[in-house]
Ligand binder design. Structure first.
Ligand SMILES: *Cc1c(COP(=O)(O)O)cnc(C)c1O
Length: 405
């Protein structure tokens, strides 16, 4: 299939290119000491991802530890309430630890093990990436340092407890605003000192090459399973698919299974409280080209050209940029990116809970809300939504701030 001059039959061979670019986006903008570390990871990845031992080990882990494949559920009652469109969800909420993040964390940790590394390093904001990585570290018997701002440590007590129970070392970052940005800087600094024995595990399709490619490849299992399961369930492809986009990892993996198909693809960004800068995190919708955290993409900038403050009710979506592959697919028009605000997401959170018995993560509720709007617009056909995670982590917050609806 051809799209804006790009041949999707050979897309995965050509994108990213050997320097890590998806068109003009991506690359590796990083301090010289770490350039070598990135090259080492790229080389190891390209060797290992062709090794049958690595592939069969990852398959075994997915089956025996993560509980894959996760099913697709037909949302019969929700669809019935909307008319003639049939809605389906890919159940990443049933992946071990309750979200898609473990898919790439297990891949990154297995790669680290093959490279002879002893420690996994990462930053975390809301704690979801930290918990997934701490789980992978426990599984492989590796050390794990998770950098986290003091403010986030106080806000995310249950996830801090989970990481500690799993044996991770939660390193408190006490300077600046004491949140994610400082944690990223502190984790990179630690990595620059420790890269001989440690590997930095990025939590989404972000950061310098090879991470946007590697994380997408590890998440591609979601799209591969979903395409197979949906076609064997219904005898055809879905008319449209939808996923939420924070950094963009669940969307990148899910979309990858359908890029070369006649399927409409929608990425959903958080509009938060509204379109004013600071009230949302819809970077592809409102951002401009720029370099941050080691890669070139579309980002939200403040008046000084620095990453702008962002907001969403879903803490997993509040990042001021998106992965370079999303910026590329946006530019090509192959994927359409649209927005859902806090209210719509909370509404969908309750609808899916009440009508289907599935409590979704607020992040995933953005995709569900968009699926509902799309169904009303389409009038007939089918929509497959990636349910990136479960909502247990969000229940207290929702009840406190929105009450029971
Ligand atoms: C972290 C998270 C997201 C956002 O991350 P992406 O990289 O955009 O997928 C979405 N859903 C859940 C449940 C998450 O934990």
């Amino acid at each position: 299939m051809n799209y804006s001059g790009v041949n999707f039959d050979t897309y995965f061979k050509n994108y990213p290119d050997e320097k890590g670019y998806f068109g003009r986006y991506g690359g590796c903008y990083i301090q010289p000491e770490l350039q070598k570390a990135m090259e080492e990871i790229t080389e190891a990845y390209f060797t290992i991802c062709k090794s049958t031992r690595f592939i069969s080990e990852l398959r075994r882990i997915r089956r025996e530890f993560q509980g894959r494949p996760t099913p697709i559920s037909h949302l019969e009652r929700l669809s019935g309430s909307l008319g003639n469109v049939q809605l389906y969800v890919k159940r990443e909420d049933l992946n071990h630890t309750g979200a898609h993040k473990l898919n790439h964390c297990m891949g990154e940790a297995l790669l680290a093990k093959y490279m002879g590394k002893k420690k996994l390093i990462a930053e975390t904001g809301a704690g979801q990436h930290g918990v997934a990585l701490a789980t992978a570290a426990a599984y492989f018997g590796m050390e794990c340092d998770i950098y986290m701002g003091s403010v986030d440590i106080k806000k995310q007590a249950p996830n801090v407890a989970r990481m500690k129970i799993l044996g991770a070392n939660v390193v408190e970052v006490t300077h600046g605003l004491q949140t994610l940005k400082e944690a990223v800087d502190a984790a990179f600094e630690a990595y620059a000192n420790e890269y001989k024995d440690a590997i930095y595990c990025i939590g989404s399709v972000l950061g310098p090459h090879p991470f946007p490619m590697m994380v997408r490849d590890f998440q591609a299992v979601v799209g591969i399973e979903a395409r197979e399961q949906f076609t064997s369930m219904t005898g055809e492809l879905p008319d449209a698919i939808v996923a939420c986009v924070g950094g963009g990892s669940n969307a990148a993996g899910f979309f990858s299974g359908f890029l070369n198909d006649p399927v409409d693809i929608y990425g959903v960004e958080p509009l938060g409280r509204g379109p004013k800068l600071g009230d949302h995190a819809a970077s592809l919708q409102y951002g401009e080209e720029g370099i941050m955290h080691g890669f070139n993409s579309i980002m939200l900038k403040d008046e000084n050209g620095e990453p702008a403050p962002v907001y969403s009710v879903a803490s997993g979506l509040d990042y001021p940029s998106s992965g370079p592959e999303h910026a590329f697919l946006h530019e090509l028009g192959r994927v359409r990116y649209d927005v859902v605000d806090d209210e719509e997401a909370i509404d969908a959170f309750f609808k899916l809970s009440r009508l289907e018995g599935i409590i979704p993560a607020i992040e995933s509720s953005h995709a569900v809300a968009y699926g509902i709007k799309l169904a009303q617009r389409m009038g007939k056909g089918s929509v497959l939504i990636n349910l990136s995670g479960r909502g247990d982590k969000d229940m207290d917050y929702v009840i406190e701030n929105y009450g029971i609806r």
